[in-house]
Design a binder for this molecule. Structure first.
Ligand code: F6R
Length: 360
């Protein structure tokens, strides 16, 4: 698409306004900041957990990754992430299960919820409706109802924020999360102004990056912990918004395997583009690894760096990068003339699977 600085031309491809939904991320976060009392009320009803298990698939499951990776350095009990039909064996009455399904009808999530409840775990659900809301209602479990009508992957603010605030209200986090969330919303709003469709390509780094990625397979390398979850989510956004293959990886682990993979098949390397997710707060040894690796990668492929803003909160920094890449994935779809919103292959598979009979 050549005229993607024209609003009408963009609308003709982005028919369900995924760009508008991406730009709504700050409001999604604020939605729950305005409903903190509801979260406090739920926290008051819960026993203090010995572990937290977050279960959910795809776009809803990304909330679990971001909870685990953003809080692993400060949370007082382990956060486990599950993306399957069955909870891990450790689940018992001291476990707090947070079951997240935007539609409320994802069978893996429903199955894990039912099995964990049978083992005596306390549960909190997050859904826009569906079977999960009904199960929660029947069992008297709290359920944070999120606004419906969006794609699950585009509603990360609605899904992640109540879970994060719940951990805060349960006094499992050390940091001042509500302040970080407010600041996240402010930073994202500024990014909307810099990266939104109204900003022409010449001044818009997200459009420029999308253009550079055209025809390439993005390999997204997070610099460490929190950016592992961001890389994984960005990979999913390229898969589902742009409808292309993409892969996520993270330092320092990728220095022990992925790095070597650049050497053996030089003719393939031109198909890839590396996105390095960088953080001004990278620990020194990580910084050294990323810089040394970048010099090696540049011998084999184009490297693009996506930097988090300078801010003391990792929540702000990680969400800022996630939001930048959301824009890039949608612009790439538009550039390729692909409607970013529908996911027909995922829907087709769900249709073929048919109704779930309650067994894994
Ligand atoms: C679609 C999307 C998918 C879904 C997944 C699970 O936008 O992101 O990855 O999230 O199929 O469905 P839900 O989120 O409804 O439980």
């Amino acid at each position: 698409m050549e005229d993607w600085d024209e609003v009408e031309a963009v609308r003709a491809v982005d028919r369900e306004d995924m760009l508008g939904v991406v730009a709504s991320l700050p409001e999604q976060i604020e939605y729950w900041l305005q409903r903190r009392e509801e979260v406090e009320e739920v926290a008051r009803r819960l026993r203090s957990p010995i572990e937290v298990l977050v279960t959910g698939m795809g776009g809803s499951g990304a909330a679990g990754d971001l909870l685990e990776k953003l809080f692993e350095d400060e949370v007082k009990v382990p956060i486990l992430v599950n993306k399957d039909y069955e909870p891990p064996a450790s689940v018992r009455s001291g476990t707090l299960l947070i079951a997240i399904s935007y539609s409320g009808n994802t069978e893996e999530t429903l199955s894990t919820y039912l099995l964990a409840r049978r083992r005596g775990a306390q549960a909190v659900c997050i859904a826009s409706g569906g079977q999960l809301s009904l199960y929660a209602q029947q069992r008297g479990d709290p359920c944070f109802q999120v606004p419906g009508g969006l794609q699950p992957r585009a509603s990360i603010g609605y899904q992640w924020t109540p879970a994060a605030l719940l951990l805060h209200e349960l006094r499992l986090l050390r940091s001042d999360l509500p302040t970080a969330l407010q600041e996240t919303a402010e930073v994202l709003r500024r990014q909307n102004e810099a990266l939104g469709p109204q900003v022409p390509e010449a001044q818009n780094p997200a459009k420029q990056l999308a253009r550079a990625l055209q025809g390439k397979v993005p390999l997204i390398y997070g610099c460490y912990g929190p950016f592992a979850a961001v890389a994984k989510r960005a990979k999913n956004m390229f898969n589902e918004n742009s409808k292309i293959q993409a892969f996520g990886d993270v330092f320092p682990e990728l220095n022990h395997n992925t790095l070597q993979g650049w050497e053996g098949a030089p003719s393939q390397n031109a198909s890839f583009a590396i996105l390095l997710l960088r953080d001004p707060e990278e620990p020194p040894r990580i910084h050294q690894r990323v810089e040394l690796s970048k010099a090696i990668f540049q011998q084999y492929a184009t490297v693009h760096e996506v930097w988090a803003p300078d801010h003391p909160s990792p929540v702000v920094r990680a969400f800022a990068v996630a939001h930048q890449l959301d824009f890039v994935s949608v612009y790439l779809a538009i550039l390729n003339g692909v409607d970013p919103t529908p996911v027909p292959l995922i829907q087709e598979l769900k249709r073929h699977l048919g109704d779930w009979n309650g067994h894994a």
